[in-house]
Ligand binder design. Sequence first.
Ligand SMILES: Cc1cc2nc3c(=O)[nH]c(=O)nc-3n(C[C@H](O)[C@H](O)[C@H](O)COP(=O)(O)OP(=O)(O)OC[C@H]3O[C@@H](n4cnc5c(N)ncnc54)[C@H](O)[C@@H]3O)c2cc1C
Ligand code: SF4
Length: 444
Amino acid sequence: MAHSTSSLGIVSGRLNDDLLNKNFEDLHAPLSNHEALVASDRCYFCHDAPCMTACPTSIDIPLFIRQIATGTTDASAKTILSQNILGGMCARVCPTETLCEEACVREVSEGKPVEIGRLQRFATDNLMAKNIHPFSRGSKSGKKVAVIGAGPAGLACAHKLATLGHEITIYEAREKGGGLNEFGIAAYKSIDNFAQKELDWLLSIGGIKIEYGKGIGSDINLDQIQSDYDATFIGMGLSGVNSLRCDGENLHNVDDAVSFISDLRQADSLSNVKVGRDVVVIGGGMTAVDAAVQSKLLGAQNVSLVYRRGKEDMSASVYEQELATSKGVRIIYNATPLEVTENGSSLDVKFGYTESIKSQLKQTGETFSLPANQVLKAIGQNLSNQSDELKIIDGKINVNEHGQTNISNIWAGGDCAIGGDDLTVTAVAQGRDAAVHINSQLMK
Ligand SMILES: Cc1cc2nc3c(=O)[nH]c(=O)nc-3n(C[C@H](O)[C@H](O)[C@H](O)COP(=O)(O)OP(=O)(O)OC[C@H]3O[C@@H](n4cnc5c(N)ncnc54)[C@H](O)[C@@H]3O)c2cc1C
Ligand code: SF4
């Protein structure tokens, strides 16, 4: 096979287009009508349903499943979307195995939950395919709200505010909206340009303007925004990347995993995406798993995911870890990076084994090294704060239970604010809830 060449063995086109397309197929195929009826028939329509309590957006799950079972799929989609306007994306990316499906009584009794995520996708995809938007803009309030960031938190906030009649302008630093739905989520979880389709569908409510390429701090400052608008919601996510804090992290081909995934998501063709033969991913969350799995699917020969604590401490769920190993990723637990060195035309990553003693992580003194052409850092992201006046706690914007910051006309939510789980669904919940509070304050 003809590869493009590159120093240190990172090349594009390791696999042919057919294989790449196959590898990056939809992770879970959509349900057919018949399959959806069969899946919905397994629901007990529980009173005080535990699945609903486990959903961060509190979707009325028994109701939407009953609506599918009775053939009223549009109503089912409306039930979902009235709580979670990005219910289509969440149906694809939510770790349901640790949320609603983990709590489902059929999981508890039989080890096989009702397929809530796939049913949610069935209902929302059906509605969107008909290009129906089931909500309308509220009558004009005369109030203007600025939203910083067109990611899940910002979009959920903007949509809710539009239903309440406010005029919204979203300032988005990038040239495209969707946030990590567009730039971060693994390609096989969101195929066919779904993030942009969902964004267009969401905006069809009207009353929301997006100013692309306008970053707060770089192109316009927060003081200006505050004086131009009645309220501001910050949903800017976490754009900084944590450092490994070990020697050699600035060497060529030691890259950050989020940028690797972002380049993959934006590539015109997967055959243009470069990947090493031996890839070492360092981290323990979804980003680490997604970077490792996608490296493997692009044709890397050996992919090792190295995490400093044990399997049970990893923030990627057991399901995600099993997905990684099923794709051929080797996961090494209890090892921390010590240094990256150049070794001829490739790299060597030296690790020290660790152990937890009374929840303190200690190195055992034993070490090992892995050869790598490419090292991907996935050890978390951090806030790029744009105001000295906003109170920051543990690297995130401090907010109260309504999402309000220490500055009374500024709210924040999603990954940049305290209180979420760094999931799409929690970002949506926080954006939505902040919008309700903004409305109550503006309309006092
Ligand atoms: C690689 C990766 C994979 C993930 N996979 C999953 C998954 O499978 N399931 C899941 O539930 N969650 C997943 N997550 C987490 C999820 O994507 C986030 O929790 C979610 O996107 C947070 O939404 P947000 O709106 O707070 O921030 P973001 O999605 O980060 O959106 C923030 C937006 O603000 C913009 N912005 C930033 N700075 C500025 C500025 N100064 N001015 C204007 N605009 C600005 C950004 O360009 C961006 O559009 C993943 C995260 C990563 C990194
Ligand atoms: S817990 Fe399971 S069975 Fe009960 S309502 Fe929820 S999805 Fe249905």
